[in-house]
Design a protein around this ligand. Sequence first.
Ligand code: ATP
Ligand code: MG
Ligand code: MG
Length: 559
Amino acid sequence: RSLASMRNSPELLAKQRVQTGACAVVTRFPPEPNAHLHCGHTKAMLLDFGYAMKNGGRCILRFDDTNPDTEEQAYIESIIETVKWMGYEPDRITYSSDYFDRLYELALELILRGKAYVCHQRPEEMARGREEKCPSPWRDRPIAENLECFERMRLGMFDEGSAVLRMKIDMQHPNPSMRDPVAYRIKYAAHPHVGDRWCIYPSYDFTHCLVDSLEWVTHSMCTLEFEIRRDSYYWLLEALDMYRPFVFEFSRLNLSHTVLSKRKLTQIIERGLVRGWDDPRMPTIIGMRRRGYRPQAINYFVASVGFSRAENNVSLRKLEACVRRFMDAHAPRRMVVLEPLPVRLVNFAESHPAGDAVAIQVPNHPKYPGMGTRTVWLTPLIYIERTDFRLQDSKDYYGLAPGKMALLRHTGWAIRIVAALDSKNETCAADDQVRMLHAEIVTEIPQPRPKGVLHWTSQYSIPCECRLFEPLFCVEDPLQAAADQGLADRDGWLTFFNPQSERVLREARCEPADDWQPGAIFQFERVGFFCVDPDTDTEASAPQVVFNRTVTLRESFPK
Ligand code: ATP
Ligand code: MG
Ligand code: MG
């Protein structure tokens, strides 16, 4: 491709300046509305919106909706909402389908210039012709005949698949996507945006460059798999004497232990392996949002990955580290016990004869006093984490054991276990039979101080559900693993789905706070970072509070 073919004439440049109000940078983010956006799209958005913002330019949100078979209004709405949630404000929202009339006129113009023809080869024949550099028998039919056939295509006088409009570029070209790509195909499908007006739809290769040009986009960025289509992009604009944007490519973002392809994500949904598109395990943006990831953390991650053309295979660990860092600074602390074990404080009445509960003011964040304080109640019965008690003590274990002491977080006191009872209220011999502990409060902490500091909840705490997540796939790259093991069929990679990717704890207990608003984020001390799930219903007669573990406190995988 010659540099000259990329250059715009002074007249076109002058026109561009008028049309865009002399805006130096106009970009577009062009999702196809056939699925919800995923983590990979955050990279494209950061480039498209970010580059425009940095240069005082504009970014258009453009729905690339030329395939009515797979596109849905619900995806359009979700994408608009997601873009907004990520913090971007599109200059305007457009649809490739807004330009169907204009694109049709341009197709006629291309035919008139002798640069497009109607071809009746079957898809297999066309593919073979491309491979063998062998022209279609319809390639040189007269312009008038092409115009007539194209009109008949538009009027619905051909069957689907029996005619296409092809650009007449170069069947001998070393780049296969230059060997007469398809411009229009027949589809008897109504379009979510323009209804049933058309039965011919323009292809990606025909639409993308023309709409970029019609919208006076200055910088058109795509992922690297489109690089081979850049030649035809410029060819078409040149063939129609139209304004040519500057095109460049960047690498796709790939994350370990998951898949970032809309088709693959759709398969996961269709198999019913997760709760839906917004399942917190899904790498979709609505999934990450439900899990508690915030746009700042996601963008920080994407920016740190960088924008080179090099392969972007990034460990999920890195994304989690960014999320953890954000959560640590922004999430207020709470005490929640995942697997509660009740503890009766046998000497409670002795040390607190005045009442049956002690109010303790607790900071919401150890580093940020601005986050305020709250009251936590110490009651005669409390709950500790089941894993914080063992019948057998050992040296590197800081939890409780018979006769052993540990500090109770935020109280300044310790407790010492005096009895471990089973369901018959008898002294217990095995850890899994323990139903209740008896402990005494120790107000004078001996030296050396006990090493363990336990989180706990009071008897006013309420039951809640905590959902803990592990990576969606057991292996780093499920597609590669499937290929390595010869599982080449359409869903072989799904065998690496991690059945333990979600663990639901229904007996957890949280502080009886009224701030469990869906979407709110917290650090549960010693337990992890959590986000309130939209399944939460605190208005119901039996309040239901559901938490998603956003990320662990420390790096926990892959081992
Ligand atoms: P998929 O292959 O998952 O269907 P797509 O590329 O067809 O994805 P679009 O909705 O057309 O998805 O993508 C909109 C924009 O986002 C395009 O510019 C595309 O190149 C970019 N994009 C899609 N996936 C990724 C990814 N994993 N990393 C970076 N950019 C991406
Ligand atoms: Mg696409
Ligand atoms: Mg795609």
